[in-house]
Design a protein around this ligand. Structure first.
Ligand code: XMP
Length: 498
């Protein structure tokens, strides 16, 4: 990445800048916004088709958000204010969402009672109702589907009493395409696969196969097995290792060590332990100073998350007097880890789509968003009506409520169980409801593409390289926003105030 005059000069004077302090310069361009390549990386080995990441917050990212974000090319980070089992369940929901092939179908035995099967469904929160039925030799002898359950009169029946034995199976090597043709022709919703020894070797479900066949897969962020990518947040110490184990078992793509202060011995020790025990990419944060980013890179980080106190719900800078305006923080960290070849995720403080190209031109490979996604339908926050409008609750992970109700939140801000009183570093509030993630991200990525067009950058790497800034004044900010006009028609991608 080349030097950026405005950021270098301000840094020499000990001044740090943020989004509203700068704008990108335009230049000669032959770049058409619709043709730019917005592919990037979240971590050393995990790529993105769009440089967007949803924040590891309990009012932003659970599986519904992560599924949508991955379908749009990015990655969601499942928050850690969940039990280990709940968080692993969320990861598994994302990984199985497309399920071209169910590699290890959940089976039942022919003598299992229907009651015991229902108990298992309840306990494991299964959302599907198709189960291959096995005999004592572990060979498939039948199939139970939703219909069979619906027409079952007594919970005391056993699986073999209600299963259908009219089985259609296919060889283990059957591809999704072949399965689609077979299932459509035979009007079968489930297709078990059998290996050379007659044992069950996988299963296709028609709804999944159809989705894979007809979905707009080209924009999806998929792993090597065709499953949506997902990341998950962990803290530090033994609890983090326990979480990582459960998450890796569900094939999580990236672990994010999610702390308010990433440059600490506890974080570095945890990072080293995870890297020595598991073959998984680990993104670490948060930091805002180049030296800190370099220390994490040297300790083995596969990506660095940058941002301290810039988030919309953060009060760290006010309560603790700590933090660094985000554009300078991104630039400093990006420069510091350039030779390590690992990407930077710019976390927090973004308010408009135009902040995305700015973050990238400052050195980020991706942006993490909280408030910009918290108002969407897929965010887990509850909808409330207030002053005649619909809002969603959005709260800081260091807010009083989040810390009171969850140990992970307290640990993120180094506030242990023993403390009588909590010192919050965030607030709880409302953001306006703003439709679904797809429409919302469409606008954000549209803004990024337009920014790349103006800057003459065909790729994210080119924008990081070429993007140059002007520092602007308060008058410049006022001029940048709409002025001297009463807006009478809202635009889907612009609001001045909440
Ligand atoms: P935005 O601006 O996108 O910021 O809403 C989201 C990011 O803010 C961080 N975060 C916090 N920081 N106190 C803080 O100082 C908090 O309570 C808090 N909760 C979240 C986090 O990095 C997130 O991605």
């Amino acid at each position: 990445m080349k030097d950026k005059f405005v950021l270098d000069e301000s840094s020499k004077k000990g001044i740090a800048l943020t989004f509203d302090d700068v704008r990108l310069r335009t230049g000669y361009s032959e770049v058409l916004p619709d043709n730019v390549d917005i592919g990037s990386r979240f971590s050393r080995n995990v790529s993105l088709k769009a440089p967007i990441v949803s924040a590891a917050m309990d009012t932003v990212t659970e599986y519904k958000m992560a599924i949508q974000i991955a379908k749009l090319g990015g990655i969601g980070v499942i928050h850690r204010n969940l039990s280990v089992e709940e968080q692993a369940f969320n990861v598994s929901k994302v990984k199985h969402h497309l399920n071209g092939l169910i590699e290890k179908p959940v089976c039942v035995f022919e003598n299992d009672s229907i009651k015991s099967i229902f108990d298992r469904i309840e306990e494991k929160k299964f959302t599907f109702r198709s189960f291959p039925v096995l005999n004592n030799e572990l060979k498939i002898v039948g199939l139970i589907t939703r219909n069979d359950f619906d027409f079952c009169d007594s919970l005391d029946c056993s699986a073999k009493d209600i299963m259908s034995i009219d089985l259609l199976t296919a060889p283990q090597e059957t591809t999704v395409e072949e399965a689609f043709v077979i299932m459509k022709k035979e009007k079968k919703k489930v297709l078990p696969l059998i290996d050379g020894n007659g044992f069950l070797a996988g299963m296709y479900s028609f709804s999944d196969v159809k989705r894979v066949k007809t979905g707009a897969l080209s924009s999806y962020n998929l792993d090597s097995k065709g499953r949506l990518r997902v990341a998950a947040a962990v803290g530090v110490g033994e609890e983090a290792l326990r979480r990582v184990r459960a998450l890796v078992e569900k094939d999580v793509d990236v672990i994010v060590i999610d702390t308010a202060h990433g440059d600490t011995k506890l974080v570095i020790d945890t990072l080293k332990k995870i890297k020595s025990e598991f073959a998984v990419d680990v993104v670490v944060g948060n930091v805002s100073v180049g030296e800190s980013a370099r220390r994490l890179a040297e300790a083995g980080a596969d990506g660095i998350k940058v941002g301290q106190g810039g988030g919309s719900i953060c009060t760290t800078r006010i309560i603790a007097g700590i933090g660094r305006p985000q554009v300078s923080a991104i630039y400093d960290c990006a420069k510091a880890v350039e030779s390590f070849g690992i990407p930077i995720c710019a976390d927090g403080g973004l308010r408009h789509s135009g902040d995305i190209p700015i973050a990238i031109a400052a050195g980020a490979h991706s942006v993490m968003m909280g408030s910009m996604l918290a108002g969407t339908e897929e965010a887990p926050g509850e909808v409330v009506f207030y002053q005649g409008r619909k809002w969603k609750v959005y709260r800081g992970m260091g807010s009083l409520e989040a810390m009171k109700s969850n140990e992970s939140s307290r640990e993120r801000y180094l506030q242990g169980e023993g403390k009588k009183q909590i010192i919050p570093e965030g607030v709880e509030g409302l953001v306006p409801c703003k439709g679904n993630v797809e429409e919302t991200i469409f606008q954000y990525l549209g803004g990024l593409r337009r920014g790349m067009g103006y800057a003459g950058a065909n790729t994210i790497e080119e924008l990081r390289e070429k993007g140059e800034f002007d520092q602007i004044s308060l008058a410049g900010i006022q001029e940048s926003h709409t002025h001297d006009v009463l807006i009478t028609k809202d635009s889907p991608n612009y609001t001045k105030e909440i």
